[in-house]
Design a binder for this molecule. Structure first.
Ligand SMILES: [Zn+2]
Length: 80
């Protein structure tokens, strides 16, 4: 999935082209909300358990799924 057009809400200017999305922008709405919360609680999974009312294993599996969609765990041998 790529973006082909940007439009300015203020003045209506349109910019067309072929814009690559970064890995975060390619996440679905649920995964995006998950990552947003993860960052806003500074990665505190205990706090996320309380907010989302899900168990730790559920949270971990959702986190692993997002990590997979971002290209897998960080690899110091091939950082990107
Ligand atoms: Zn504008």
């Amino acid at each position: 999935m790529n973006v082909e057009r940007y439009a300015c809400d203020a003045c209506g200017t349109r910019l067309e082209g072929r814009f690559e999305l970064g890995p975060l922008a390619r996440l679905g709405p649920q995964e995006t909300a998950f990552v947003e919360l993860f960052v806003r609680v500074r990665g505190n999974l205990k706090q996320m358990e309380r907010i989302l009312e899900v168990s730790y294993p559920t949270l971990r599996s959702r986190l692993e799924a997002v990590i997979g969609q971002l290209g897998g765990p960080w690899d110091p041998q091939s950082p990107q």
